[in-house]
Design a binder for this molecule. Sequence first.
Ligand SMILES: NC(=O)c1ccc[n+]([C@@H]2O[C@H](COP(=O)([O-])OP(=O)(O)OC[C@H]3O[C@@H](n4cnc5c(N)ncnc54)[C@H](O)[C@@H]3O)[C@@H](O)[C@H]2O)c1
Ligand SMILES: [Zn+2]
Length: 374
Amino acid sequence: MTTKNILVTGGMGFVGSYLVDELIQRGHRVRIFDNLDPQVHPNRELPDYANPHAEFIQGDIRDYDALKKALRGIEIIFHKAAAVGVGQSQYEIKKYVDVNTGGTANLLDILVNNKHNIEKLIVAASQTSYGEGLYTCAEHGTQHPDLRPDSQLKNAHWEHRCPQCNKDMSPAPAPENTQRICHTIYAQTKTHQEDMVLNIGRAYKIPSVALRYFNIFGPRQSLSNPYTGVTAIFMSRLKNGNRPVIYEDGIQSRDFISVHDIVQANILAMEKSEGDYQAFNVGSGIGTSIKHIALTLSNILGTEHLSPDITGTYRQGDIRHSIADISRIKKTLGFKPSVSFQHGMEELVEWGRDREAIDGFAKAQSALQQRGLI
Ligand SMILES: NC(=O)c1ccc[n+]([C@@H]2O[C@H](COP(=O)([O-])OP(=O)(O)OC[C@H]3O[C@@H](n4cnc5c(N)ncnc54)[C@H](O)[C@@H]3O)[C@@H](O)[C@H]2O)c1
Ligand SMILES: [Zn+2]
């Protein structure tokens, strides 16, 4: 691909920064637009991994004029800036809607009302849009259940039950045409972002792609942000001599994907036109239990004495399992996850070993408790 002028919103964050590095490595000219949100970047300090070859504009996605300036001369946009935190979005409602939905509205409004040369617009979407994914009953086939009822959770019956025979169901990978059912403000705003980008992309013929990330892990995920990223939160707990806290029974699972594979998906979406105007799952296709995450980290860190604290309590709105069906992105874009779970965890631990980690878990937990969300 010839050299392009590329804007990465949220380019100082976890995903954005790795993408910036890869784009620069490939010879592109990169501009970052990021407000250095203090929840991610304590004291609004520039992260030590900030790429010196990228131009940096410190600005807020909610600031129409600043964003308009940042878009000058840009040919490709990666829109990653967002407020990221499922539980937190349930009480910082206005902020999440303003930053995520409102920020995307700014971006699209600027594009359609001004001259531009945008060849591609790629938005970070999320698996949270599916709510509960798919489940199968051996006898009655595939189901897409609603959240588990309180009455069931109060009895610590964690698995989904088949609506017909009441037997426990097992998780199944969700393809992109799974109906999206949002249970949190975060999920709603991520769905908005995706739909807004694809709608305006189609209407104005701006090739646009939505990448629905599953649970991303890797170095650079903030170790001091207790609102998002279970692997980073557990690392932070363990490094501070605290036990990782696990809700339910620890068998709930997520699809973990290395940040390097997320970068791979973004590059493919940029370089290939076959994915234009579509949404893609980006995951590993493998479910891993939350307990396994805690034990693996402890094992690599050598903190086995800090066994997970499995509370048997639950958070409002939490889903039980989540697994991506990645057939579409494999077939259309040639995506192939390349980092194994074990290798990715080792890389994370290696990076995090000497880094400061402020364990804010108790604060984040009490914010939910005070509101009756745990
Ligand atoms: N990490 C995951 O597991 C995951 C999963 C699904 C989707 N996503 C999406 O991927 C994208 C990147 O996530 P991440 O994990 O890198 O998060 P992150 O918090 O590390 O990075 C987000 C970046 O956006 C910036 N930002 C926040 N609010 C802003 C604002 N108002 N104006 C400008 N910049 C702002 C932050 O300073 C930060 O540098 C987000 O859109 C997120 O919703 C992430
Ligand atoms: Zn059944």
